[in-house]
Write a protein that binds this ligand. Sequence first.
Ligand SMILES: Nc1ncnc2c1ncn2[C@@H]1O[C@H](COP(=O)(O)OP(=O)(O)OP(=O)(O)O)[C@@H](O)[C@H]1O
Ligand SMILES: [Mg+2]
Length: 247
Amino acid sequence: MEHILKGINLNKTFGTKDRNIQALKDVDFYIDEGELLGIAGESGSGKSTLLNVMSGLIRPDSGELFYREQEYTGKGPSQTGKFLQMIFQDAKNSFDPRFTMERSLLESRRKKTDRDALCGILKEVGLDEKLLKRKASELSGGQCQRMSIARALYSEADILLCDEITSALDVSSQAQVVGILKRLNTERKLTAVFVSHDIALLSMLCSRIMVMKDGIEVEQGVVEDIVRRPKHEYTKLLIESARKQSL
Ligand SMILES: Nc1ncnc2c1ncn2[C@@H]1O[C@H](COP(=O)(O)OP(=O)(O)OP(=O)(O)O)[C@@H](O)[C@H]1O
Ligand SMILES: [Mg+2]
């Protein structure tokens, strides 16, 4: 089967004053259409770097990227924005503070403005269209995060790349966002990648999980295998610490 997104042998090193940090080492990934893929790993393991490489925000030092078999290595967000959209932890700062939500969302779409489609999407993410008149600073964190999901859907990107999008939210808003994404996946075959340090959250949301440590892909597999039969000590540790936190 054709993968909707695929990366082969991705490497990325960051040079800092005192040393070089290899944030990605020979990482491979794939995502199938309609799949929710989770990327787990502790802080500094390379999760955001991988997502930024997938999205074209960061150029890999080597390796190749494909969208539906078409290579897009080296293409930046102005090109990749046609098929994927990033959603960030800090939703408020991802909107221009001067603009109303209406302006921000309408401008995210290259095609003709379709207000009915926009209102339909707002309904899907559980937001009142009255909120379109507000600016980011006038929304709650949870509302803002749902607006950024609505913006990505309205832009008609095929794939959502989500970096710790529930980390800044309280537990009930977190559950709401997770519920919305799961429903969108069931109802409209949403394809998305979720980066989180919280493997428990990923196992509720995703069908497959990839585990990262020090820039290396430690293991990947369907959720049941990763959670019930982890092969690596590191994955066991992540699961164990998630269990402890939920007690
Ligand atoms: N622009 C940069 N310049 C230098 N080093 C960087 C840069 N971006 C990331 N790094 C380093 O690369 C490594 C991977 O960082 P990355 O942000 O991908 O981790 P992460 O898994 O997303 O962590 P977190 O869970 O804390 O967000 C870290 O050691 C980080 O310090
Ligand atoms: Mg990160």
